[in-house]
Write a protein that binds this ligand. Sequence first.
Ligand code: FAD
Length: 406
Amino acid sequence: MELIGPDDALYDVLRRPAQPQYRDIRPQVIARCSSTDDVIEALAYARSAGLPVAPRGGGHCFAGRSSTTGVQIDLSGLSAISVDSGVATIGAGARLTAVYQGLHEHGLTIPAGCGPTVGIAGLTLGGGLGLLGRKYGLTCDRLVAATVVLADGTVVACDASRNADLFWALRGAGGGQFGVVTSLVFAAVPSPAATRFRITWPRDRAAEVIDAWQAWAPDAPDDLTACLTVTGDRTEVFGATLAAFDPGPFVDGEVELRDDLSWPDLKRSLSEGDAEDRVVHSKSGFFRTPLPRSVVSELLGAGCDLNFTPMGGAYNRVPVDATAFAHRGERFLIEHAGPDRSAVRRSWAIAQPHGSGRVYPNFPDPELADWAAAYNGPNYARLADIKHQYDPSDVFNFPQALGGAR
Ligand SMILES: Cc1cc2nc3c(=O)[nH]c(=O)nc-3n(C[C@H](O)[C@H](O)[C@H](O)COP(=O)(O)OP(=O)(O)OC[C@H]3O[C@@H](n4cnc5c(N)ncnc54)[C@H](O)[C@@H]3O)c2cc1C
């Protein structure tokens, strides 16, 4: 383990989270880890120095939870990817682009998200939505085992039969709560060739496109994932299909297709042109029923971007108590996003009374009042018990973490 202090040239590189609003948080020291033993040493160091810790994977947390003024446990050195008989073992510091590329070389992939530098650990621990999710479920639904270092340095292997309660909790409660995960083992799926589609309209068609999308995308065949984005100047339905492209109700939009893309190329093409270093505020919620047209019209006047993600399919075929991820009956997720925080709040306040009250743990929102019900629903009580069992001293702590409310 290497300790990186503020005078080290690497300090600012490793400290920098993806979200610009958390870049002023300065750790006393960064523990650069490249093995499970390094993580044990890092936790021992933090314990002896009496400092708080924060594990850092891809550094994308919307609530800044992988930033700390204590010891940032940097896992970027734990990024090895190996495959054996369709089972992928992935170091907790790997980022999604490397995961897709590394698995594709074996003809495999896992259902996971789109941000190329998002970390596999943070994504999995909070669930993991992606373009293969309606077919294969959440990223955490493919998790078959994990290795975790607890706060006292104990190394715990967990799967369906060993430490099964911790294994249950790791699948969707949200990152950073029980210990430091050092490796994740997944049942991989075939890496498909797919068609990427994009259908666009001017912004003034947004209300009717939202109406049609709400009735169609969550019930589309599992092979098709169609997301919807409304920005200041356009309305866009985009996504991927593993079958022949079917535009559903959207025959009148301007269609752009890219056929036969390998899965890594398709993922890469989706993030082309993404702006970095822009402060983006975001709030979100899940919905079980379509929004009425009057609410849609009001939403479109709120002044922020709207991102709709379809649920349904394999996401909802898993029983709600089978994993910690409690959101198995939802039709879609809406993210309200933009640089103007009051517009984001306004938009969320319009939509949220019509939703299920649930919030995706990987889109944490520090402003939520009843966060326990929102993130964990009926699984909260069991999660709080497991938290107490595996982290009794509440070392892995942040506002809205499970231990704090006990
Ligand atoms: C550009 C962008 C695109 C995104 N796209 C998607 C998407 O397509 N689908 C989707 O579902 N989500 C998506 N997200 C949300 C993403 O899933 C979350 O932000 C996720 O928490 C990021 O994980 P990370 O490792 O990058 O972040 P980090 O900030 O490093 O970690 C997130 C949380 O997990 C904890 N953590 C990280 N590593 C470990 C570990 N090894 N052990 C224990 N705890 C750990 C951290 O302490 C923190 O609390 C996106 C986010 C962004 C910014």
